[in-house]
Design a protein around this ligand. Structure first.
Ligand code: BG6
Length: 512
């Protein structure tokens, strides 16, 4: 957390001295949240709005209309927002005073007729100026239906050139390439691509964006960021939590759809991509798509040898005894849903040919950590005799996405003493101590981006397609039962098959 005394010392040089995001503000806007009584709205969307209000980034002509099936009055909805997000600064209560609620069925035209009336009332009374942003935070099966209904009720196109209408869509975007394409067709019946903001909250994490800063704002790293120097890449997205109260949802998703198809693919694309000419929505997304397109497609044989799926069994995590996945609330006692995936990807392009990318993600692992580790090749010859360099690891750059956001460089250094002994040491950059600020919450960042019309960090339709192209063959092999599901004890780093994936090539997973 910020240390006020230190902050005065760095005042002159810290670009954040005036506060994060002080220079961007929402325009007049009506935000319509579909699924407003749900988990995502109360855990992420309302707290992000409250935080924007605290930073004075919300216009006084900003309002929310919540839409959901639960029977709430406007007053009850406002109370619900304030309970989920109490900490919005001095203006928050009066901003929430403009919020309204529509209890309705998405399949019923009445719901959208009411919405139309309420939106135009907000334009007149609050000054939302005809600008609308729809946020689809419902269950994914309803995304297409709601988008179409907005079109049918003439709610999807702006009425003039100086107003805007945008659609924010949560993940998962489809269940495979085919259903993602169908969803896209449904959404495009009502909205143009430049109105659509597909959210992947990992792109809103500042340390994920920092991959771009590290690579493209420094002369040091880019020349060695390729097959000539890198031995392999490891991407870890580990969670110590289980499925909590989302067993029902998770049963329909699994780790591959929940994390790999979206969060991992985004981090992967930023790590592998070529330098864009400009950091803007087209520049970045064009390069990300090119990088994903180069990822080799899995054949059934490759799925069998290079992909591991597993499910957690009872165990101990962070000192607490926890049940197995099949004992969790809402989970089928015979479930074969994977809670862990490890895989080796290959990238068929000039920069990365022959450099394996190892990915692992899972629930109920020993700790919460997301990182990208670039492991360099070993030196061609170690001139230190015998045991003097024992245990020396290859150089590694670790980009820590969370927690303790930062970058670590691991390299060999001389141990003090009379012999020429070397050991691995770390050089660390930490966000918290360099900028004396915690990074912005991902949802807060992305909501404000969507409000001001910056789509750089949102996912374009061709990126979604490429991610499914990589993941689909794995889903197909699994549906046919190959390879079988393994088990791992909660609180461990996954099944033995995950370690074997690297060990057979003389490599090892890092211990984050
Ligand atoms: C979500 C997944 O997209 O990401 C969750 O649906 C997961 O299952 C979450 O827990 C992880 O996000 P974070 O920001 O905590 O790493």
């Amino acid at each position: 957390m910020s240390d006020p005394a230190a902050a005065t010392v760095i005042d002159a040089t810290n670009p954040l001295a005036a506060g994060l995001e002080a220079d961007r503000h929402s325009p007049p806007l009506a935000l319509v949240v579909f699924g407003a009584s749900g988990d995502l709205a109360s855990r992420k969307i309302f707290p992000a709005l409250a935080s924007l209000s605290r930073r004075r980034a919300l216009s006084s002509t900003f309002a929310v209309i919540g839409v959901a099936r639960s029977p709430l009055t406007d007053e009850q909805f406002r109370d619900h927002v304030l309970e989920s997000a109490p900490d919005g600064g001095p203006e928050w209560k009066s901003i929430v005073g403009h919020f309204r609620y529509i209890a309705g069925d998405y399949a019923h035209p009445d719901t959208f007729d009411q919405l139309k009336v309420q939106l135009s009332e907000l334009d007149d009374r609050v000054g939302t100026a005809g600008n609308r942003m729809y946020y689809l935070a419902t269950i994914p099966a309803l995304f297409g239906e709601v988008a179409k209904a907005l079109g049918q009720h003439d709610l999807s196109r702006p009425k003039s050139d100086d107003t805007f209408i945008r659609l924010v869509i949560e993940k998962p975007y489809g269940r495979n390439l085919e259903s993602a394409t169908e969803l896209d067709q449904a959404v495009h019946e009502a909205f143009d691509e430049d109105q659509i903001y597909r959210i992947d909250h990992y792109m809103g994490k500042e340390t994920v964006q920092n991959v771009l800063a590290l690579r493209f704002a420094n002369a040091t790293f880019e020349p060695i960021w390729n097959r000539r120097y890198i031995d392999h890449i490891q991407i870890t997205v580990a969670e110590s939590l289980g499925v909590e109260h989302r067993g029902g949802f998770y049963e329909t998703a699994g780790a591959l759809r929940d994390i790999v198809q979206n969060h991992v693919m985004q981090v992967l694309a930023l790590t592998l991509m070529e330098p864009p000419a400009t950091i803007d929505s087209q520049g970045i997304r064009d390069e990300k798509v090119k990088a994903l397109r180069a990822v080799e497609v899995f054949t059934p044989e490759l799925v069998a040898s290079e992909v591991v799926r597993a499910q957690y069994e009872a165990g101990w995590v962070e000192g607490r005894e926890v049940p197995g996945y099949r004992e969790e609330e809402g989970v089928d006692p015979h479930s074969t849903t994977e809670t862990f995936v490890a895989m080796r990807l290959l990238v068929d392009n000039w920069r990365w040919a022959g450099v394996p990318v190892y990915v692992r993600t899972g629930k109920r692992l020993p700790k919460r950590v997301t990182e990208v580790a670039m492991q360099f090749q070993r030196v061609p010859h170690l001139p230190f005799a015998g045991s003097l360099a024992e245990g020396l690891e290859p150089n590694t750059i670790v980009l820590r996405v969370q927690p303790d956001e930062g970058i670590t460089f691991r390299f060999g250094a001389m141990v003090p003493g009379h012999t020429f002994q070397v050991r691995t040491v770390s050089m660390d950059f930490s966000y918290a101590s360099a900028f004396l600020e915690q990074p912005l919450d991902a949802y807060e960042r992305l909501l404000l981006d969507a409000m001001v019309g910056d789509s750089t960090l949102f996912i374009r339709t061709d990126e979604v397609d490429q991610a499914w192209r990589i993941v689909d063959p794995v889903l197909e092999s699994w549906a046919a039962g190959h390879p079988p599901l393994s088990g791992y004890q909660a609180g461990t780093w996954g099944p033995k098959e995950a370690s074997q994936l690297l060990e057979r090539n003389g490599r090892q997973w890092r211990k984050p």
